[in-house]
Design a protein. Sequence first.
Length: 201
Amino acid sequence: MISFEPTPDQKMMKDSVADFARTRLAPKIREVEKARALADQVKRDAFELGLALAPFAERVGGAGLGLMTTVLLEEEIAYGDPAAAFGFGGPGALGFAVTELGTEEQAKELLAHFGKPEAVGAVAWSEASAHKERPGLIARATKNGSTWTIDGEKSFVINASTASHFIVFAQVDESAGWNGTAAFVVENRAPGVSIGERATT
């Protein structure tokens, strides 16, 4: 039988993050909403708590806390500010994408970029509209020798304006529909990359 009772170590980490959420996040939630960003010091403090690399295995450079511990910590963060975790530094969804879809070496190399609080990752999956003639993505990737060229636009990319690295999904085989998509690591300073204005609601 699986036990979901937190261990003493998990309880200690949970209490630390809960205190951070109550004292640093909750009192500033309206200010953060108006500014549409967390204060830099809050980001640094969250990084010092080990939140950025918490779920990822130690063998690829993560903290190795595991999924259950990470969920416990994220619940406490959400108590203080449900949106705060999206503004913290770290690989975010990029980390899960590379550990699930890439090799161990690729994950280790990419996660090494997120050892500082200002480093942010992002995943570019969504597009403004669906392809009108076939299933799959509009953005295409074409192989040129040993390199790939991606052509297209992405939308609704969380942290696009601050990310140093992206995982971009694109179509590599139009005849294969959704089975013909692939993921690529793209740096924000790569030739041809441009970031549009942030959408407002």
